[in-house]
Write a protein that binds this ligand. Sequence first.
Ligand SMILES: Cc1cc2nc3c(=O)[nH]c(=O)nc-3n(C[C@H](O)[C@H](O)[C@H](O)COP(=O)(O)OP(=O)(O)OC[C@H]3O[C@@H](n4cnc5c(N)ncnc54)[C@H](O)[C@@H]3O)c2cc1C
Length: 534
Amino acid sequence: MKKIFETPIYEYARVPDQDAVSPVRHPVVVVGAGPVGLAAAIDLAQRDIPVVVLDDNDKVSFGSRAICFAKRPLEILDRLGCGQPMVDKGVVWDSGKVFRDERQIYAFNLLPESGHKRPAFINLQQYYLEKYLVDRLRALQAKGKPVELRGGNRLSAVGQHDSHVSLEVDTPEGPYNIEADWLIACDGAKSATRTMLGLDFAGRVFEDNFLIADTIMEADFPTERWFWFDPPFNRGQSALLHKQPDNVWRIDMQLGWDIDREEELKPENIRARLRAMLGEDTRFELEWTSIYTFQCCRMEKFRYGRVLFAGDAAHQVSPFGARGANSGLQDTDNLVWKLGLVLDGKAPEALLDSYSDERVHGADENLMNSTRSTDFITPKSATSRNFRDAVLDLAETYEFARPLVNTGRLSLPCVYDGSALNGPDCTTMPDALRPGSPAIDAPLREGWLLDRLGNGFQLLAIGVDVPDALEDGGITVTALALDPDESAAFARRYLGDAPGAVYLMRPDQHVAARWADFDAAAVIEALRTATART
Ligand SMILES: Cc1cc2nc3c(=O)[nH]c(=O)nc-3n(C[C@H](O)[C@H](O)[C@H](O)COP(=O)(O)OP(=O)(O)OC[C@H]3O[C@@H](n4cnc5c(N)ncnc54)[C@H](O)[C@@H]3O)c2cc1C
């Protein structure tokens, strides 16, 4: 298993750009081949937009990082061609238990409703996700799609100009220069692009340390998320247990702020902690150990001229709630179709400001949830601790108190309420699908709704006659006409009490507008609004 992150899979190789007399211009350059940069590149390549990815490394990321991938990012990965290997390899889970001391306070189920292709969550080591993304990128390359992944290429200088971005890139054979119409910075939490452009990253650092021990063991704990407050094996602190593939278990233990890191990281001390948790007789091996601290912060905007920031480069949250990589994938899902329209000259650059507005809104929601979880798990004042303990006392007996227990509310996609791209709403349909909302999956007579919605603008017509396609300003809207009785879940989710519905869906499968009946002029107007052409 370690081989996956020890083996170079995109080694440095010389490219013609290094021998060009003057800097070669590319439509899009992505800096960073983490999950977010790779997802951006695949989405661009699938849309036939030429893209070069620069990464200073030559292999997938090592060690213990993301493990929980939520339903929405899995649906995005389906459209990128990587959802199935993720689900095949991952550990599917949707329930969990919360303990205090040795007592179970309550159990929960994140997806009590059936009728979705993808589960609420899977657990999978981040290096597998990155490997599947690189495999997919290579498969697209083999089909002649315009995508290049350059390992051992470190962005060392960046300059903004009216018409392009200039880049200096360091390689094992020395530096070279290129230019990009647009640069997508996905170079992680310590983003060199951000630093080189002198941009701020403001937020809050949390004074706590967490030990991560990825532990290989044969154990018969169920595939659930288990969270402890004040367990006997880590008094006064918290702990978390999650199953990953290959018999690896993620164990997180809160350590507090004033610790001796070197001492805590000694294998004999980690083993002693794990024996106290797992019992003296449990045989285990340590795959990976580290101590992490975290901050919750974001850039003021995610677009600065011709540079677009995504993923950890743009925002960073605590790991509670699994929002880092999950929200980064939602960033590029929002960005790439917009960039495609701008590059094609079919939409103004202002459409890219809506990327910043919508994803800043998403980041703020994530930051708020992640900060609340962190404050609940690690109360920083006597009053907060009293409140937390009172909630835990009540939650043992009373159901109403359980939603107040915050062990890391798990990542849900954001609704772009208030976005300038949203068109008219028809309020007789369910609120969960108001403009700005991500599409909700549903079973159809054949297959699943999200697989049929695709990657472009679509009119989803339910029990209403619509033409096969509409066109405006070179942008095509194709129709997907379905009967209300495709399935009960489909009718309930999309119609509610309405007899019929017409939804205009964006290429990222968010609702742009909806009506009870079809009106071509209204659809065209909503399409213009959704592409910033009004
Ligand atoms: C302990 C822990 C647990 C986590 N758990 C979860 C979870 O369960 N779910 C979840 O969704 N998220 C989780 N996360 C967060 C997740 O790991 C990150 O959000 C994710 O890796 C961000 O992806 P990225 O592509 O934006 O950045 P990164 O993964 O950091 O990738 C950045 C890439 O840019 C490259 N790079 C950097 N500088 C340059 C340069 N100058 N030139 C060229 N290349 C460069 C780097 O080599 C790297 O390949 C967790 C994080 C931690 C630490």
